[in-house]
Design a binder for this molecule. Sequence first.
Ligand code: NAD
Ligand code: TYD
Length: 328
Amino acid sequence: MRLLVCGGAGFIGSNFVRMRVRDHGDEVVVLDKLTYAGRRENLADVEHVFVHAGIEDPGKVAEAVAGCDAIVNFAAETHVDRSIAEPDAFVTTHAQGTYVLLEAARHAEVRYLQVSTDEVYGSIEEGSFTEASPLQPSSPYSATKTGADLLVASYFHTYALETLICRGSNNYGPYQYPEKLIPLMILNALHADPLPVYGDGQQVRNWLHVEDFGRGIGHVLEHGEPGEVYNVGGPDECPNLEVVQRVIALTGASDELIQYVTDRPGHDRRYSLGSEKVRALGWEAQTHFTEGLERTVDWYRDNPAWWEPIRSGDYRAYYERQYGSQLR
Ligand code: NAD
Ligand code: TYD
């Protein structure tokens, strides 16, 4: 297959592209705006064609999709805290950008897969969400992702476009930008920097290794039923404080680095996805959290050339804004 992968220079997109080229022999065109989260370095070892553009640019998107069999859209603003501080780009990319991609898919008559998130369902105290659960997003991030999902569904119903939606739970693994919980805690622990835990640290996330999500997306792209949504959840859940304690154990850091900071406004308590539907399609998660976290810590420890430029660049200004005055 020849795929147009939008947002393929980010965390999950680059892992997906690597797996598709290596394991499936796909040809891949990556279209990416290279925001702070997108980096050419993430794809340095993978053969691909690169187009530097935003998904909201109809001309560039139309050129890039020519000759492709499908569009897979990872392109997004992805950090909840940034969506609370500055929602603008979330609206542009998720609403306008998804619209432009859907129009391109419709005119090129190609299959369209939207990469979405468990956060569209909101928080759940007990049990797990199915694909039929109501959509109750809480943050500007999840609300705009939900809007994109609804637009995708409308293109199936209205234009019979072959659409698919994959809703993943919290991903972790190599190449994740260190604003997210796990890479932030790993890099801070390796540097003996404070480990900022929001609120009481008892929020629960359902952890999915990025390669399991990548395989799930590929599987749904090939075998999914057009018009359907597939939840792709991780095999294990874990409260945040326990995640931090596990990182401390794996890095040999001191637990005195833990610092409780002001909770995120509107913080979702627990996410949990039921993945029976994608399992029935033949996908299964292969990596449990214990093994996956150990491998992820090793990857960050072994790849300072990847994170050193991030930690010394614009990220510092973000970090100071987000945590500066709160950390001792
Ligand atoms: P990321 O922030 O690491 O990467 C996002 C990529 O999109 C970057 O390469 C960025 O440059 C690019 N991008 C942003 N705006 C763009 C635009 N307007 N046009 C073109 N490219 C643009 O994100 P990620 O963690 O890899 O997430 C990828 C997708 O998976 C997102 O749609 C996200 O909502 C979804 N998702 C993420 C998680 C998670 O835990 N990270 C879980 C479930 C679903
Ligand atoms: P995050 O990685 O931002 O993913 P999401 O908000 O999409 O689930 O955060 C995961 C959890 O970790 C979430 O409950 C917020 C919490 N968290 C902290 O306690 N401290 C931090 O510094 C960060 C970034 C997150």
